[in-house]
Design a protein around this ligand. Sequence first.
Ligand code: FES
Length: 115
Amino acid sequence: MESQTLLTQDFKAVCALSAIPVLGARVVRSSAGEIALFRTADDQVFALLDRCPHKGGPLSQGIVHDRSVTCPLHAWKIDLASGTAQAPDHGCTRRFAVRVHGDTVHLSLTAEQPE
Ligand code: FES
């Protein structure tokens, strides 16, 4: 029970769900760097560091499809849930835990996001 309370306190409201375009992204600044919040067609939200594991491209400017984003620089496909590049490419960008309550998106810089 106590750990649940700590986990809940770790999440901070960062924006409205409606502020993230469907099949798009919104960037929030944090102490961990710029974080891209992605919204899928079925309103799932994922958070990744806004840096492609290839050469640091801005993933927030990529194309969201299903549960992946295609980097705008060299078209690597990054899985939104895990942050990993799709084979044959290799690499991983940092992911963050997100919760959506009503129309509010909450982000944690420390909790692990289940895949
Ligand atoms: S920087 Fe993203 S694919 Fe190259």
